[in-house]
Design a protein around this ligand. Sequence first.
Ligand code: C2E
Ligand code: MG
Ligand code: MG
Length: 552
Amino acid sequence: MTGFRVGRNSRRRGRRAPGVYRKLILLIVCISVLPTVVLLVISYFQAIAYTRTNLESIVKKATEETDKLLKDADTILHRSNVDLQNADSKTSVNILQRQIYTDFRFREAGIITSEGYLTLSSLGIIDPPIPISFSPKAGFNPNEPDLQVLGSGRSQVMREESIALALKGDENIGGLYLLVDPVVLTYFLEAIPNLDLGPDGYIAFMTSNDRLLSSIGASPQNIFASLQNPSSHALRSIRTTDDKKITIVGEVRRQWALRYWLRELSISAPLTVIISGLLSYFFIRQVHQSNSLDYELKLGLAQNEFEIHYQPIIDLETRRCIGSEALLRWRHPQRGLIYPGLFIPIAEQTGFILSLTEWLIQKVIQDQTVLQTRFPDLYTSVNLSPTQLNTGNIERLVQTLNTAVEQPEQFSEQSNVRITFEITENKIVEAQEQVVQDSIARLKLWGTRFAIDDFGTGYSNISYLQRLDVDQLKLDQLFIRGLERDTNTAQLVDSLIDFGNRMGLTLIAEGIETENQYEYLRARGVQYGQGWLFSRALPLEEFERFLDSQNT
Ligand code: C2E
Ligand code: MG
Ligand code: MG
């Protein structure tokens, strides 16, 4: 930025910038909080997505296993149906035993008569036959051709809770049934590593008429309650077997996902800390630099480190000095003389330019009184920061001028202030035309004049410039420098001069360094000029000597 170390300067002064640290702390908090909030939100959604995917894959696996079970049961029942035709009771028992002997999933296989009696099963002949007594007996339909899932219950023989799968038999067999241990449905789930559904989570196997066949996780009461009143705080996944006979429902509480959330955070938190740290570092450096420089500037003004150098403005016809441009210099105790290009942009950014300009105008008026007796007609050009006019924030300027004209001993002969305000062409905002116009009008009440500085370098709308009530155009030194180099620049200068003349404005050429440039401009009727050919910007005493030397 400015190339000089502001931190060291702060130490030299032995004081710290007030309010700097409060601002810094606030910034650091913002910088640290923002990535953390983003991280919290992202990792929360990641954790939810992870939990959902996990649940879906468990339910999918459960559905596949159940499909396999139903298909195998269907095969066994169909095969038994064929084998049992014309077999006597004893052989039938053997056939049924053989069918399920090697498959641990099936507890018992048996025959139901069309009247609903159990006559024999893989456990032996039931004599006399007994009515089937597992609870969904009414659910068995002897006319349904496909496999039927009858829900869980107990057979007369096998007294343990079982799921009954039944198939309509042919000819003299009313139907066949298979009893499945309910645990079989959830058995494979036990093998899933880290299966943890949380306090209220569950995987439930339901018949198409909402009977609970088997489940893991929450209690059956809670499962029914949750199925009847689905909660928005739960993540749910539902699938049905291919034959639509069994539905598998998986559910976990959203809060349960927080577990993964914490895990995500433990991975990404260090990254966020690094990002926040880096951001904080850059912000601190930035804020520290501009705050310190701002503070340095304020301190510099308080400790009288600013100076004004006056660059003579010459009447090109008579080659006599008719005024000067006041240019700021900062005599820094460590760095020596600092030119405005280094500190004016910061002063404009922080608003300190207002105080600086106020000080400058007061000093210019003071210096004018020193020169007034011997050089009464000198005008001084003062550069205005564009923000001062664009925002209409000219109260302090008005007050400064007021104070100046209210000192009759200094301005006894005229109530006018002999100041020309320079405003840089490319920095006046056209959108605020009315504000700029009003500001100019107010400041002109004190007899001040206005000049467009660096004219020709901006892209201002010509008609906009015409509407502004200005008195002078200052041709930028860029064009003057190019005069001897190429004819294009010379043509451009000619057209700028032409434009100024047509608008009835006084022309001042900046940066005249050679006699050729001077002659060229004079020959084309440019009234005034400034540049190293005549003089550099000088401290007051030297400027006074320069004026004296002209008189002699
Ligand atoms: P500017 O208003 O266009 O001032 C003219 C600049 O050209 C001055 O530079 C001056 O020293 C330089 N200059 C004059 N004659 C010649 C020459 O023959 N050859 C060359 N190469 N340069 C010449 P300086 O003093 O460094 O000022 C730079 C700019 O800083 C000024 O440009 C002005 O925009 C700004 N500035 C200076 N003082 C103030 C101030 O008090 N307030 C504000 N807002 N801006 C200021
Ligand atoms: Mg200027
Ligand atoms: Mg200029």
